[in-house]
Ligand binder design. Sequence first.
Ligand SMILES: Nc1ncnc2c1ncn2[C@@H]1O[C@H](COP(=O)(O)OP(=O)(O)OP(=O)(O)O)[C@@H](O)[C@H]1O
Ligand code: SF4
Ligand SMILES: [Mg+2]
Length: 328
Amino acid sequence: MREKKEPVLKVRNLTKKFNLQDGKKLTAVNNVSFELYPGECLGIVGESGCGKSTIAKVLTQLESVTSGNITYNNRDITHLKGEEVRQNRRKIQMIFQDAAESFNPRMKIGHIVSEPLLNFKLMNKGEAESEAKKLLAMVGLTEDFMGRYPHQLSGGQKQRVAIARAISLEPEIVICDEATSALDVSIQEQVIKLLMDLQKKKGLSYVFIGHDLAVVRNISHRIIVMYLGRIVEVIDSNKLTTDAAHPYTKALLASVFSVNRKNSTEIGIIKGEPPSPSDIQPGCGFSSRCTKCIDKCLKEKPELKEIAKDHFAACHQIGDEQIKDVKV
Ligand SMILES: Nc1ncnc2c1ncn2[C@@H]1O[C@H](COP(=O)(O)OP(=O)(O)OP(=O)(O)O)[C@@H](O)[C@H]1O
Ligand code: SF4
Ligand SMILES: [Mg+2]
């Protein structure tokens, strides 16, 4: 379980806006703050387009920040440049859903896994090769995968290679963006177990991003629920089913944990669509879909407040008895 030491990563008031071709701005991430603790797995969940991948990209410097700041081990990494970005990526690695698409199809798996070690000049070719074998063994792949090409592997095997490559540089933080979403349920379980084992062995901290609340809950210690670029709730995952307070989280739970749910049902059962992030209206972003919406919700944005120890929610009606059996 998570130990509350100094956070390894601190995100403060992070906002990311994209310029659109029509001159408008799209607010993908809106004033988001959170911490990641050593050895913690922090889940981020929310519907498509709510800003999850943008957070991942900003944390790994694939996108710049519009405002706010990011601190890694008390060092401000918000505006790193050139070589500093490269060095920082050693410590904060990312695994994507389609990680294998970034593999060079003409490169053998052994080379794909050892390449980061060679690029950072941490080892010579022979040493990197034997390290690649060890890394493959760690993710449950035998030595004979060294000589295979990406197209000769299954989806689950490719994702294991992506994990081996990501941990090759001994990162402290691994950001998994839908890293298991494309896999069959049984393979997904194996890869998640592998990630959890590696976390224990190597003391990694994870940000685990997904749209499947059940999967994210299984691996995470704490869960951030996002809606329209903002955090609407932060809750310990073992309290999720009993203590979730925000109407959006409750609606997600109702859809995900319903008795009729098929495995891996995606979020999307909640009626209506989220509003456009390029036309942010005053008031609560969820008001157009929330049956508990009151006048105040249309005028004032609810702030994220601590409603119980380590439990945060952004809703004008939290605290009211009626919110307990909200149906959306
Ligand atoms: N480069 C970009 N330019 C303009 N808009 C962008 C860009 N990248 C992302 N967006 C927009 O920002 C919003 C957040 O996108 P993001 O990819 O972070 O969502 P997500 O939560 O990861 O969604 P999904 O679950 O579908 O992966 C979306 O409205 C998206 O269209
Ligand atoms: S602030 Fe209002 S509209 Fe938003 S979630 Fe709470 S009750 Fe619903
Ligand atoms: Mg995404």
